[in-house]
Design a protein around this ligand. Structure first.
Ligand SMILES: [Zn+2]
Ligand SMILES: [Zn+2]
Length: 144
């Protein structure tokens, strides 16, 4: 599989990159990929894992998650409930999910991403229900 990360060298982003490569990448697995990426946004430590499979890091548009979170306005785009809690910065906690998985050639764009509460995010990864996928795609493209 291919795992994505930041390799940009702009203010702030580079240190994130370094942290990503040095501390977080070794814990990457297909299972917890997005979970870790959502954590990186808030500077939280990655969960421990013994998995050490080889990964490839390449460019990704780091603005996508910000755009998708703004679009959601603190409301989960699947269950349409308020984010369950705020992050340390006081912003509603929603995780950004790629509707078509990046490892299946899904695009890293706001039209292919949804802001989800942690429950719904888990649900998508366990069931990936076609009705849910349809709903998220419609929302990502049209905003409702
Ligand atoms: Zn939800
Ligand atoms: Zn996801």
């Amino acid at each position: 599989m291919v795992v994505e990360g930041y390799i940009e060298e702009k203010d702030g982003i580079f240190s994130k990159t370094q942290k990503f490569v040095e501390e977080i990448l070794p814990y990457y697995t297909e299972e917890n990929e997005e979970y870790i990426e959502n954590m990186i946004d808030f500077g939280q430590p990655a969960p421990k894992s013994k998995d050490t499979r080889t990964t490839t890091v390449y460019n990704r548009n780091s603005g996508v998650r910000e755009i998708v979170r703004k679009r959601a306005e603190g409301i989960c785009e699947l269950c349409e409930k308020k984010a369950p809690f705020n992050n340390p910065k006081g912003e509603p906690f929603l995780e950004v999910h790629h509707i078509d998985y990046l490892c299946d050639n899904g695009h890293d764009s706001p039209e292919n991403a949804a802001a989800l509460c942690p429950n719904c995010h888990r649900k998508m990864h366990i069931l990936n229900d076609s009705e849910d996928v349809k709903k998220l795609k419609k929302k990502a493209k049209t905003g409702n």
